[in-house]
Design a protein around this ligand. Structure first.
Ligand code: PMP
Length: 291
């Protein structure tokens, strides 16, 4: 089956406070967000008709806009309501939600304080970020071409479009070599995350995960840490060097799109998805569906 282009689908998109037919949700080529990456977004999932952690996602969108110095014309409550109505109007029960905010075409140039912040919300069916069969066995990662920028080199607390340039390049390079994703290091050379998900390791029944001090402290990461601690699993947040990779038995990624995805390889290192990863994968799947 070929890809269905994202501008040629049925349904509606919430666009600056109104619902417009999907194919009419267009912006001008001279939009500031397109040229200067003044754009922030969210990615959430709808399970059985409910958007998981919706308010946390809306809060992060508002915060990302604040970090990028973009005035946000809607409150968290208004964004929540708009997301829910989008889900209702699209009539889907299991889908991916994409709110996005960007500086418009009102002014062009590096400095553009006269631009308005525009906001859109779209929802589409997106069953699994990684192939479900491959996911159980574990996905294969290689090293990324790029590192996460140093915390004083980019507004890393924001889920900002500009920060994804190095993710797309790294993921493309990994895929061209037959891998599914890539492991990004931070500016110091420690392990940071994958290109669109956080990372965890298992050693002697304990979970180890990098401290999110130059990359997104993902909502799924926080949820999985909470689940693990409730199960009595010790979770250690710390700087993790790539030289430690041979000492870990299991590895998995977390993200709203990726959910909990076991990893079987990082370049020459091998991991076997075991009770801990598969258990958390199932616990997360049950939590999001309130089973
Ligand atoms: N890091 C990056 C680069 C991401 O794109 C994502 C997905 N939003 C995450 C981490 C995980 O964040 P979350 O669990 O909030 O989806």
């Amino acid at each position: 089956m070929g890809l269905i282009p994202f501008d040629d689908r049925d349904g509606v998109i919430w666009f600056d406070g109104q619902f417009v037919p999907w194919r009419d949700a267009k912006i001008h080529v001279l939009s500031h967000g397109l040229h200067y990456a003044s754009c922030v977004f969210e990615g959430a999932r709808l399970y059985d008709g409910e958007i998981f952690k919706l308010t946390a996602h809306s809060e992060r969108l508002v915060n990302s806009a604040r970090v990028l110095d973009m005035p946000m014309p809607y409150t968290v409550a208004e964004l929540d309501a708009a997301c829910k109505e989008t889900a209702q109007r699209m009539g889907l029960t299991d889908a991916y939600l994409r709110p996005v905010a960007w500086r418009g075409p009102e002014q062009m140039g590096v400095s553009a304080p006269a631009t308005r912040t525009h906001v859109a919300i779209a929802l589409w069916e997106w069953p699994s970020y990684f192939d479900p069969e491959v996911k159980r066995r574990g996905i294969r990662l290689t090293h990324a071409r790029y590192r996460r920028p140093a915390p004083n080199a980019a507004p890393w607390q924001a889920k900002a479009a500009g920060l994804y340039m190095i993710c797309t390049l790294s993921k493309h390079a990994a895929e061209a070599e037959g891998y599914t994703d890539a492991l990004m290091l931070d500016h110091k050379g420690d392990i940071a995350e994958a290109t669109g998900a956080n990372i965890f390791f298992v050693r002697d029944g304990q979970l180890h995960t990098p401290t999110p001090d130059s990359f997104l402290n993902g909502l799924t990461r926080q949820t999985v840490m909470e689940i693990a601690r409730k199960k009595g699993i010790e979770v250690i947040e710390r700087a993790i060097s790539p030289s430690e990779l041979p000492s870990f038995s299991e590895c998995f990624l977390t993200g709203s799109a990726a959910e909990v995805t076991p990893v079987s390889e990082i370049a020459e290192h091998r991991f076997t998805p075991g009770d801990l990863s598969l258990g958390l994968m199932e616990d997360y799947a049950n939590l999001v569906r309130r089973k």
